[in-house]
Design a binder for this molecule. Structure first.
Ligand SMILES: *Cc1c(COP(=O)(O)O)cnc(C)c1O
Length: 497
């Protein structure tokens, strides 16, 4: 063979790797050290501050040094995050993240694997997490599991698998045009997350095919009403096929009775899916695990490692008890994805056979690190601690004349509000903003049974008793100030003097 000569200009290549690795190493160490300092001193900063207005910036054509862009990150991005790493953050349902998770993200990005498929150990790590979860749930060893962005997608995957199973995959070819598809109805509770409804929309069934069943005083689906609705639907000639239960409702952390629901599902031949975005991980705590009793009978489960188990975003996860049904709902044939028994294309089935994503990052690594470095017991203890704090918070609220608890606290979410004889909704709306703008403690605003409420969702492992105390004190103080303002503006003209 003739020797192939390289031109000197070609030899240099176009690689994006640094020309000066020692400078890069310095910059990289600085970034790592700064971020560790940031997390170590997280309490020295406000939870949140309003971000400055965004300026339009043209697409950068030229280059800048890493140090220069990093300085911009430090000044323009870092101070203006939503603050869920801060122990005073109690808004919505956000996990706090961990240093271990952060480091694992860096390692995952460094090896930059694509977990859509092929034969490499990162996929085995994802399967390891699946096996651990199956074990903790009491599911068969061969249950399938898949990392996705979050439970919004995980819930939809459970639903799609249920529909495809019921329609014997006819929907994959013909869509939902069969008479049978037009007749399918599912059930969930009034406390279910809105993504269950959206899942019905995405699936093509439409949200009119989702029956919303009343809840009891602990935000659990009322099984008597569920049965009545199923019977009514059957009598009307439609076909019940699916229940979406919730383990950990978004409003107060209620757990549906999975034992009862699994019996109903069995009796009527329905697919039992569990939205465990919050509580699906409760098996890690021996104290909390009993609330999931019956989960061993469920057909599919959505859960989020990025919430209560503190893994950095995103780390949603879906599990399906029967891997064959799961695969039949998603697997497709394509020449460029053909499988072998040896070489890099071995290792079938691949993760892309179980969900809509082909290119997939290594989310499993940060979960693998977290479960091993901290251990399931410590993560379970964090969950228990957040419940203890919530229950203390409920007690403190009960002891304040100005405040009232709106719902019994049974998990780690507290709905309460400041009292006002005529303008409680407006007072609490303003109070939520004032608390958030204080930079000290940040609950969110919700509505509970038609009344505006502050919601303190204690999910962060860094939150301590003193933050709970501060929330109560600051809420009382600010409520007084806002009430005075409201009363002043409500007073008839002439009486203000
Ligand atoms: C957060 C949440 C979801 C949605 O999960 P994402 O990870 O945000 O997509 C669904 N259900 C419940 C109960 C949740 O708390």
């Amino acid at each position: 063979m003739e020797k192939i000569e390289l031109k000197s200009s070609e030899a240099a290549g176009r690689s994006l790797d640094p020309s000066d690795w020692s400078q890069l190493r310095q910059d990289a160490h600085r970034m790592l050290d700064d971020m560790l300092d940031h997390l170590q001193g997280i309490e020295d900063r406000p939870v949140w501050r309003p971000p400055p207005p965004a300026q339009p910036v043209p697409l950068p054509r030229g280059s800048r040094t890493l140090a220069d862009v990093y300085a911009e990150f430090r000044d323009r991005i870092l101070p203006y995050t939503i603050g869920n790493t801060h122990p005073g953050f109690m808004g919505w349902v956000h996990g706090g993240g961990t240093v271990v998770g952060m480091l694992a993200e860096m390692l995952a990005a460094g090896i930059n694997p694509n977990l859509g498929g092929r034969d490499h150990v990162p996929i085995a790590i994802e399967r390891q997490i699946t096996a651990w979860m199956a074990q903790s749930l009491g599911w068969p060893d061969d249950s399938s599991g898949l990392f996705v962005t979050g439970s919004s997608v995980a819930n939809w995957i459970g639903l799609h698998t249920a529909i495809t199973t019921r329609l014997r995959q006819q929907n994959r070819r013909h869509g939902l045009t069969t008479a049978m598809a037009a007749n399918l109805v599912g059930y969930t509770s009034a406390a279910a997350h809105h993504c269950v409804r959206r899942g019905f929309e995405l699936s093509g069934l439409g949200n009119a095919s989702l029956r919303v069943i009343d809840i009891d005083e602990h935000s659990r689906i009322r099984c008597d009403q569920l049965i009545a609705a199923i019977e009514q639907d059957k009598a009307a000639g439609v076909e019940p096929f699916f229940i979406a239960a919730t383990s950990g409702t978004i409003d107060v952390g209620g757990f549906d009775d999975l034992e009862a629901l699994s019996q109903i599902a069995k009796h009527y031949n329905l697919w039992l899916h569990v939205d465990g975005a919050i509580g699906g991980i409760a098996t890690l705590s021996s104290q909390l695990a009993p609330r999931l009793a019956g989960i061993e009978h469920a057909d599919s489960l959505a859960m989020d490692f990025h919430k209560w188990s503190q893994v950095p975003y995103e780390a949603g996860f879906v599990m399906v008890r029967d891997p064959v049904l799961h695969r039949q709902a998603f697997e497709t044939v394509a020449a460029y994805l053909s499988r072998e028994t040896r070489g890099m294309a071995a290792g079938s089935p691949w993760p892309c056979d179980f969900g809509p994503d082909l290119s997939r990052g290594f989310k499993a690594l940060k979960v693998w690190f977290s479960l091993q470095v901290y251990g399931a017991d410590a993560l379970g203890a964090v969950m228990e601690h957040t419940c203890e704090l919530a229950s203390e918070l409920a007690d403190m609220i009960g002891a304040q004349e100005q405040l009232e608890l709106l719902a019994p606290v049974t998990l780690n979410i507290v709905c309460f509000r400041a009292k006002h004889p005529t303008a409680a909704d407006e007072l609490n709306r303003r109070l939520s903003i004032a608390l958030q703008e204080s930079g000290r403690v940040a609950p969110s605003l919700t509505s509970y049974r038609g009344r505006k409420a502050l919601r303190a969702a204690i999910f962060n492992h860094r939150t301590r008793r003193e933050h709970i105390v501060e929330l109560v004190q600051l809420a009382c103080q600010l409520a007084k100030e806002i009430s005075a303002d409201l009363d002043l503006s409500a007073a008839p003209v002439g009486e203000t003097l």
